[in-house]
Design a protein around this ligand. Structure first.
Ligand code: ADP
Ligand code: MG
Length: 315
């Protein structure tokens, strides 16, 4: 992969070690994100998306362990960063909006005080200067500065999520990781939040690692995307290409599992009940900038609907 990438993940394997068995949550995953690019990571719950995000920010805790691979950010070896380097790296270089982040705001502290902490802790600003920055930041996500005095419960879910996003971009990071940023919100608010993220990205120019199990949101927002299944990437390429011409049977199943972009959102359920892929092959080039995993013979059998005696009716 080319070296103009801001983030470069190569052959990453992460395992959760247990007494009885070891789970390989991320299995030889490689991808890169260029400056200003929105990269989507899709896949069903449990396929390893959050584990990748946590590994990038070095937030893995025991019993999780990186078993192989490298992560480079702007050429630096992320897995080798020490304490002070990590402090500089998190929030300033890469910031993350965690899954269900809007519910993680402290309920007994005002929005303004929670935001101010970022500036006083990282930039050594005076209280007054920090407060001015907080007001600007809130307005950046279309919330009136008067709301700095509000407590989280006085804001709607969508507003709380905007606050969390504003906090993530407070130090102008070069990359933002969004882990299922709209999962808990209704469809209309989801759309507003996505529009907000797009606008912020256009204004501030950061790269995005956008994690979701919502294929339609992903295709709408991302330039490049990767589809994960059971810890492995099964297909990777431009989002528009994967949408139009998915090469892997699993991607096809996911793409078919959602209605057109304007329709209601549905959760990802890629394969039929009880159907699992037994072996995900390595990625092979299938087109320009487009890779797909080979499907084993057994998996192909498993995935092929029985043509004869189909109850589907004529078309
Ligand atoms: P996703 O974000 O795609 O839903 P995760 O990265 O959270 O997936 O989880 C990937 C896999 O790792 C899952 O199979 C899950 O069971 C396993 N896993 C996650 N956290 C732990 C943990 N603390 N201990 C053991 N296994 C875990
Ligand atoms: Mg997750």
């Amino acid at each position: 992969m080319s070296s103009d990438r801001l983030l470069e993940i190569d052959n990453l394997t992460v395992q959760y070690r247990g007494d009885v068995r070891t789970t390989t949550a991320v299995d030889h995953v490689s991808f890169g994100i260029s400056p200003g690019e929105i990269f989507g990571l899709a896949g069903e719950s449990g396929c390893g998306k959050s584990t990748i995000a946590n590994t990038i920010l070095r937030l893995l805790k025991y019993p999780a362990e990186v078993a192989s691979g490298t992560i480079r950010f702007d050429g630096r070896d992320v897995l080798a960063l020490n304490g002070e380097e990590l402090r500089q790296f998190r929030w300033r270089e890469v910031a993350m909006v965690f899954q269900s982040a809007m519910n993680s705001l402290n309920p007994v502290i005002t929005i303004g005080e929670q935001m101010r902490d970022i500036f006083t802790a990282h930039l050594d600003l005076t209280r007054r200067a920090a407060d001015a920055r907080c007001a600007e930041l809130l307005e950046l996500v279309q919330i009136d500065r008067n709301r700095l005095k509000a407590f989280p419960h006085q804001l709607s879910g969508g507003m709380r999520q905007r606050v969390v996003i504003a906090m993530a971009v407070a130090l102008r990071p070069r990359m933002l990781i969004l882990d299922e940023p709209t999962t808990a919100l209704d469809v209309v608010v989801q759309q507003e939040i996505m529009a907000e993220i797009k606008a912020l990205q256009a204004e501030l120019g950061f790269s995005v690692l956008f994690i979701t199990h919502d294929m339609s949101l992903m295709v709408e927002l991302s330039h490049q995307m990767a589809v994960m299944y059971a810890g492995r990437i099964v297909e990777q390429g431009p989002a528009a290409t994967l949408h139009r011409q998915p090469a892997h049977a699993y991607t096809r199943a996911l793409m078919n599992a959602f209605p057109p972009i304007t329709g209601p959102r549905v959760p990802l359920r890629g394969l039929g009940e009880g159907v699992r892929l037994t072996r995900v092959g390595d990625l092979q080039p299938v087109g320009h900038n487009h890779w797909s995993a080979a499907v084993s013979h057994e998996d192909r059998e498993r995935l092929t609907p029985h043509a004869a005696g189909s109850e589907g009716g004529p078309r």
